[in-house]
Design a binder for this molecule. Structure first.
Ligand code: PLP
Length: 394
């Protein structure tokens, strides 16, 4: 590829998203990588480690995205692309030895929690659920006085959907002291806002579906690590579990990545503006956004993130005529520009009441609405919110 890892390390991340993963500079070579549609590759001799061999082992269309992700996360090895974020979660969980211990945030992505709980219920490992923002509580579960030390610490920060902020550096330090591998789900932040490897994590996870691809038209996941043994094990798991990316999706993800810096810059700025305005609204009885100076996670977020992301959550106030949960549902229905849909990280602003998902933990308030701020004009987004909030009083 034309951008080396050494050169990328000298460039700003907003340049790397544009320049990474392009083909070598040769006369008349295309400036974008091709989509390679082939389930097998020519070969005669014994298949070695670096060989492509078969379509489930490797596809040249994955390589530019995997290299770009490594350059953005500051990893020493190419990333690994998966069929979905959850396929990547599954591969990461496979690093836990049989009978081992996983420590996981109570407000992890719901699918990750369900998967971990089901695997634990089958007896594959022990699952300890923690409040990841409570550093001492997590430390106590990593190395309990009277129990087994943890084998893996799962980190999500900000958490989904409560937007709690973990002290990632302190936690990775404690986890390593206990002998645990640290996996950080960096989906909400993207490598432009937070670089977990530099904070001590061993593995970074992305639902590429969200910000990295960025257009709500692709489902993909990825893992990144600088540890050669871990990467070899993950690659093996991906190959035998078969949760691989389709070439067209991989190509779309790289195409989406080109504008990541512009999208993140815009949506973060809009989220900050909207959070400030929503905070004072009489129909908003609670708000979580780490960018607000009085948010409990603000100081930590300021230290370990470049910006505060573009997800915010509000709790909608009910009234004599309706419950707060009903008011939240009505708010979502009254919007004309915001799209009522799950997911996040796309160019379009999405909103949903989280507890409409039956898997959502009960510790998430019934009236909590998660908002993924897109790249539309912020005044249009605000006007729509204002009219929908106002309609609750009509
Ligand atoms: C969406 C999401 C996932 C799961 O990714 P899929 O691509 O939907 O499989 C994992 N973690 C977080 C934080 C997510 O938002």
């Amino acid at each position: 590829m034309s951008l080396s890892r050494e050169h990328a390390a000298e460039l700003s991340a907003d340049t790397v998203v544009v320049a990474a993963g392009r083909p070598e500079r040769a006369h008349d070579e295309a400036v974008n990588p091709p989509i390679v549609l082939s389930s097998t590759y020519y070969g005669t001799g014994a298949l070695g480690d670096g060989d492509r061999g078969y379509g489930r082992y490797a596809n040249p269309t994955w390589d530019p995205f995997e290299e770009a992700l490594a350059q953005l996360e500051g990893a020493e090895l190419p990333g690994l692309l998966y069929a979905s974020g959850l396929a990547a979660v599954n591969s990461a969980l496979s690093l836990i030895p049989a009978g081992g211990v996983l420590v996981m945030p109570s407000h992890s992505y719901a699918g990750s929690l369900v998967m971990a709980a089901e695997l634990a219920a089958k007896g594959l490992f022990e699952l300890r659920i923690v409040d990841i923002a409570d550093t001492d509580a997590v430390k106590a579960q990593l190395a309990p006085d009277d129990g087994k030390a943890a084998d893996m610490l799962w980190v999500e920060s900000p958490t989904n959907p409560m937007l709690g902020i973990a002290d990632v550096r302190a936690l990775t330090h404690a986890a390593h002291a206990a002998g645990a591998v640290v996996v950080t789900d960096n989906t909400f932040s993207t490598p432009l806002v937070q670089q977990p490897l530099s904070l001590g994590s061993d593995v970074v996870l992305h639902s590429v579906t969200k910000y990295l691809a960025g257009h709500s038209d692709v489902v993909l996941g990825a893992l990144v690590t600088s540890n050669p043994e871990i990467r070899a094990e993950l690659l093996h798991q991906r190959t035998i579990h078969g949760g691989i990316a389709g070439p067209f999706e991989a190509w779309l993800a790289l195409r989406g990545l080109r504008t990541l810096a512009l999208r993140v810059e815009r949506s973060q700025a809009s989220a900050a503006t909207l959070a400030e305005r929503l905070k004072g609204h009489p129909r908003v009885e609670g708000i979580r956004f780490p960018g607000l100076p009085d948010d409990p996670g603000h100081e930590r977020a300021r230290k370990q993130m470049k910006g505060f992301g573009s997800i915010l959550c509000i709790q909608v106030a009910g009234d004599a005529g309706r419950s707060a949960a009903d008011a939240a549902d009505e708010l979502v229905k009254a919007l004309r520009l915001w799209i009522p849909a799950t997911s996040l990280g796309g160019v379009e602003s999405l909103i949903e009441r989280r507890r409409r998902h039956t898997a959502e933990p009960e510790s998430v308030p019934e009236n909590l609405v998660r908002m993924s701020v897109g790249i539309e004009n912020v005044e249009d987004l605000w006007a729509d919110l204002e009219q929908a909030l106002g309609s609750l009083d009509a």
